[in-house]
Design a binder for this molecule. Structure first.
Ligand code: G3H
Ligand code: 13P
Ligand code: ZN
Length: 326
């Protein structure tokens, strides 16, 4: 069942965060749906109430252009039929104004992100407000971003600029956005921290205090870059040096401070890369795509289960369903 992020955040606020996972292809989609229902091995496994979770499936502009955006939409609709117990929001990740309008008009997305964070402050408000007005007219909710993460966001090369708590309240009020992505020390990609940096919980706390009660915050660039997966990649011929991410034990403290959505893309790519490298290393005569594909779907589902446990969303699915009255 496709719902809005707003509905998911109302249930999660202050208790846990909802995982927002990027997808690009079929195997990621299947692994993602299975993992959020606690089915690690196959579509036919029973739903596991102890680990099943609501989730956000997010699609970047890069993903929409990778093959054709209509393939993604068709895959998600089909997955929603094959896994009828699922509760998810479908979200545009890092949208431009045009990409937001395209998604709003498609009638498929329940949520869009307008990322005008590289614009000057008042321009960011102005653009976000236009998107909010068009989205709200169709019952679609909007995430906006204030501050800039490090790393690469699509074609925007970000230079780190933490969110200014003094601007956050005014930004939310004037733009009308439903949730706010904040820059509190994370960055996109596999190389987040070089030394002892971590999340700026002090900034997060200040932002939370100035915003309206129970206002949902979003954390981008939140992959944990598990060393296990980096080592597996490197042991199978990869060359990823000094990769590091957000430690698993930082997610719940952030959720308690109002972070309701945690974005994960890089970790899914690491799982994909490790499994495919190992598979072809271990069976060099193989040229069939299905053996690594099957291994990947199971491994990705297992990864999602682990991540949802770290976010506190594992085991929340039935309670969300009751709250939604469905
Ligand atoms: O924040 C960016 C996401 O990780 C999307 O990455 O543009 O390569 O799909 P992508
Ligand atoms: P990661 O690169 O840490 O997975 O972040 C993904 C993200 O923020 C997508 O918007
Ligand atoms: Zn992001």
């Amino acid at each position: 069942m496709i719902v809005t992020t707003k509905q998911l955040f109302a249930h999660a606020y202050g208790k846990y965060a909802v995982g927002a996972y990027n997808i690009n292809n079929l195997e990621q989609t299947v692994g993602l749906f299975r993992g959020n229902l606690g089915k690690s091995k196959s579509n036919a496994d029973p739903v596991d109430p102890a680990t099943s979770a609501p989730f956000i499936l997010q699609i970047s502009r890069g993903a929409r252009g990778y093959t054709d955006k209509r393939f993604l939409e068709a895959m998600i609709r089909t997955a929603d039929e094959i896994f009828p117990e699922s509760i998810l929001a479908v979200h545009l990740d890092h949208g431009t104004e045009d990409a937001c309008y395209d998604c709003i008009d498609s009638g498929f997305y329940s949520s869009v992100m307008i990322d005008a964070s590289s614009e000057e402050y008042s321009k960011n408000i102005e653009i976000t407000r236009r998107v909010v007005d068009r989205a709200h007219a169709k019952g679609i909710v909007v995430e906006a971003e204030l501050g800039q993460l490090g790393g690469v966001e699509e074609d925007v090369v970000g230079s780190v600029c933490l969110t200014d708590p003094d601007q956050a309240a005014e930004f939310v009020e004037r733009s009308g956005c439903d949730s706010l992505a904040v820059a509190i020390g994370t960055s996109h990609g596999a190389y987040k921290f070089t030394g002892k940096q971590g999340l700026h919980f002090d900034v997060l706390e200040k932002i939370r205090r100035v915003l309206p009660e129970k206002y949902p915050l979003v954390m981008h660039g939140s992959s944990s870059v598990p060393q296990e997966w980096v080592e597996r990649i490197n042991n199978a011929g990869g060359k990823m040096k000094s990769a590091s991410g957000v430690p698993d034990d930082q997610y719940l403290p952030a959720a308690k401070l109002g972070v309701c959505k945690i974005n994960i893309d890089t970790d899914g790519r690491l799982v994909w890369c490790a499994i495919h490298r190992e598979s072809f290393r271990d069976d060099p005569a193989n040229f069939d795509l299905r053996p690594p594909g099957k291994l990947f779907m199971a491994a990705y589902a297992g990864y999602i289960v682990h991540k949802n446990k770290m976010f506190g969303s594992a085991g929340q699915l039935e309670s969300v369903r009751k709250t939604l009255g469905s």
